[in-house]
Design a protein around this ligand. Sequence first.
Ligand code: DOR
Ligand code: ZN
Length: 424
Amino acid sequence: MKMLIRGSRVIDPSCGRDAFCDILIEDGVIAAVGERLPDADAEVLDAAGLVSAPGLVDIHTHVREPGFEAKETIATATTAAARGGVTSMLAMANVSPVTDTPEAVADFYARAAKTAKVRVYTAAAVSRGQRGEEPTDVDALLAAGAAALSDDGVPLMNAALMRRALIAMKPSGLPVLSHSEDGDLVRGGVMNEGALSRRLGYPGRPAVAEELLLVRDAMLARDVDGYVHICHVSTKGSVAYIRQAKAAGIRITAETCPQYFTLTEAEIERQGALAKVNPPLRTQADVDAILDGLRDGTLDCIVTDHAPHTAEEKSRALPEAPSGMVGLETSLALSLTVLHHRLGLPLSFVIDKMSTAPAKLLQLDAGTLRPGAPADLVLFDPQERWTVDPADFASKGRNTPFGGWELTGRVRTTIVDGEIVYTR
Ligand code: DOR
Ligand code: ZN
């Protein structure tokens, strides 16, 4: 089975390529990338006007299966991923039962083998039941196929457990993914703590809660020469501390999400629970610092933290509504609109942050179009304008604060293992 993607602008940050050429796919892998490749006996996909890039790699998603299938399933999350150009994704362990045993990891992959439309990996929990009390069996979890270790969704307050996890992960070279928010400082908080939360009368989640835990984790990583990755960075202080830690040689990487470089806490007043997320939306100074952090490499990648919830849950009053927003179907377009079209950063910068860099971080066979690599690609029109309509989402979660936004840049075709899994 051969496919020739003809005439697109091929962007592959893994080798610095940005050129108009062809891509030949054979038996599910990239066979060649170059000018005027012969098309004999290949199915030809005319991609003039489009950009072809390695499929996006989203290393922070919540797929809700098993346990919360009313919010999302592996089938619906991966269909949403395909629509968003995401070809590899990492599911967090905060499902029910929590992914904290090799059996639970195996169960996840058995489910995925039946229904997943794109590659989906699972993280395993750092602590049993994500309760922060007893450690999980890291070697057994990795042997079962866990692609990372994280208690994401719940702050891991027990420093001894975090230290132990950092040590246990060292032979793999993989990071512990830290949901950095001090649990005591954020308890009961529903939005960023500051003038706005005081005016609205809501308990807040202060920026220092995020900064405190990430500094602790950076110190622990230095202490044991381990590797920590900071999830969903949202504050100016976090960017500064991560920058310092990197300069000091600590093995630390970090991610942010489109909501943290496009929105501020003001959205809570406009959209209520649709804008409720942990960590919370912050201030314009934070947004500006996140953009600086992306630009100078302090923030390594862009992920979604795709967190679907039901319409009923999100219709509750702010304190009672769960936190989180969906992101798989809007992340590329938001990043292109803001980072490329508005700020003038190159397309290869966006693809690196959303594909090549996260793939490298988790040692996934993805994020590249080098010959021999799996033929996982996204083809998108960087100029197409469209309006976000949550009713169109494949995700069961319609909880986006971006409904009605006009974006520039739209996925046209997504390919996994040489097969078209989405096209429009
Ligand atoms: O807002 C959030 N929602 N933040 C998290 O860390 C977890 C996520 C969820 O699982 O809903
Ligand atoms: Zn989290």
